[in-house]
Design a protein around this ligand. Structure first.
Ligand code: 5CA
Ligand code: ZN
Length: 411
């Protein structure tokens, strides 16, 4: 699939730092240790209603991961999928009378525009589920051959019992797993499964739904195997970070990891499993199925600056759950104005220590709120007339862009 535009990332004076991130699987903060090229997989959208602020917050978080790595001299191999065929997308298309593939195409295009506006770095490979069907079919063949997959009527399921380490990512107890599996696309009550938690790998054609011809018969891939197959193909096993929102811890990242363990005989699938908190609105998680959404494109159409939206998102730590209110946007706009004023001043206090403090905050589990507070304090000193450094405003503008992806313009 076509990806989106790469924004320029200015290099920032001084030395980058080692990025420490909270890993869900080990439940601890650990240093990332990428090789020269860091490998990142972030789960992409299911394109039926893009892009709400919860999505945007999650993708901005993983954008920061890349900026910290780039600042430390790494190049990045970043892969993201698009779940361009799945139950919720097909249900929406039926409800609105659209062709499912037109809906997916239009929402994916909107997502690209939103990501571009927000200055989010694009993946090197942006990969659709539909175009990945041959990869998925090969992986299902391997799982069938090793006994880790089995048929129920014409469907094919993954056998979670084959993985002695099942539960590696979430460490949830069985009761919690069963509840989340039912809530998030699973079918615990399906008769004939070996275990209620076993997820679909391949779903035989249902009337009126798209299906592809394979030697298993006519059908379409299940959700989890899509990301497993795409990540293994493009990044290989043992890549640095698998990311997504915390609603993907179980079942999605658990199942994907189990599948990869059995496919490769090796572990771990990812060295860090990193999850962003859920953004809510009016007391509930912002979600397409609940319909309580604030869209990035809507805010942009209403004339709000994308960089103010980005600042509004960065003001919350990526791991916390939080509620969007109009005040978030007002605060982002206010901050954008204060920073732009300071970054275009003709002098100010030295930038070096400020940049080091921003770096330190981001390297410590992406503490963007602290990074913003540090720049706020510098901007306040500029506004009060402090400092004689003629280079500092330009250097701070480049650091805000390079490290935080916040572009400050003087027009
Ligand atoms: N296509 C799958 C992943 S393979 C999917 O979950 N798509 S999605 O469109 O539902 O979500 C896209 C990304 O946004 C996921 O990482 C998801 O965890 C994240 N996300 C969804 N809702 C929110 C929310 N309210 N707050 C924060 N992140 C969210
Ligand atoms: Zn995924």
């Amino acid at each position: 699939m076509e990806t989106w535009c790469q924004p320029p990332v200015p290099s920032v004076p001084g030395d980058g730092r080692v990025l420490t991130l909270y890993d869900t699987a080990s439940a601890e903060l650990r240093a990332t240790s990428p090789e020269a090229t860091a490998r990142l997989y972030v789960c992409g959208i299911t394109p039926y209603d893009a892009t709400h602020l919860g999505h945007a917050a999650t993708y901005v978080a993983f954008d920061l991961v890349q900026r910290v790595w780039m600042d430390a001299g790494h190049s990045i191999h970043y892969v993201q999928n698009v779940t361009d065929v799945d139950d919720p997308l097909l249900e929406r298309a039926v409800a609105t009378g659209q062709d499912w593939s037109d809906l997916a195409r239009a929402e994916t295009a909107l997502f690209r525009d939103d990501m571009t506006a927000l200055g989010v770095l694009p993946p090197r490979e942006y990969v659709g589920a539909v175009e990945s069907i041959p990869l998925v079919v090969d992986r299902i063949d391997e799982l069938l051959a090793s006994g880790a997959a089995y048929r129920v009527d014409k469907d094919i399921y993954f056998s979670t019992a084959e993985d002695a380490d099942f539960g590696f990512v979430s460490s949830y107890d069985r009761e919690k797993m069963l509840a989340l599996f039912a809530e998030r696309g699973g079918d615990p009550a399906r008769e004939g499964k070996r275990d209620a938690l076993d997820p679909l790998l391949w779903q035989a054609e249902r009337r009126g739904e798209p299906a592809w011809d394979t030697h298993f018969g006519h059908g379409r891939p299940g959700w989890h195997i899509e990301c497993t197959a795409i990540a293994l193909h493009h990044l290989g096993n043992g890549f640095d970070v698998q990311g997504g929102g915390s609603d993907l811890i179980f079942p999605h990242h658990e199942m994907g990891t189990s599948q990869a363990h059995l496919l490769t005989g090796d572990r771990p699938f990812a060295r860090h499993f990193v999850h962003a908190g859920m953004v809510g609105l009016n007391g509930q998680k912002m979600s397409k199925s609940k319909g309580n959404l604030v869209f990035v494109s809507r805010l942009r159409d209403d004339g709000h600056e994308p960089m103010a939206i980005r600042l509004a998102l960065l003001a919350h730590h990526y791991r916390s759950d939080w509620e969007w209110t109009d005040g978030d946007l007002t605060q982002g706009e206010d901050r954008l104005h204060r920073w732009t004023f300071a970054a275009t001043a003709d002098r100010g206090p030295a930038s070096g220590p400020v940049i080091e403090a921003v770096r330190a905050a981001l390297a410590h589990d992406l503490d963007a709120p602290t990074a913003l507070a540090v720049i706020d304090a510098w901007a306040e000193r500029v506004a009060s007339g402090a400092g004689e450094d003629r280079e500092a405003p330009r250097q701070m503008a480049e650091a805000a862009n390079g490290l935080l992806g916040v572009v400050l313009r003087d027009d």
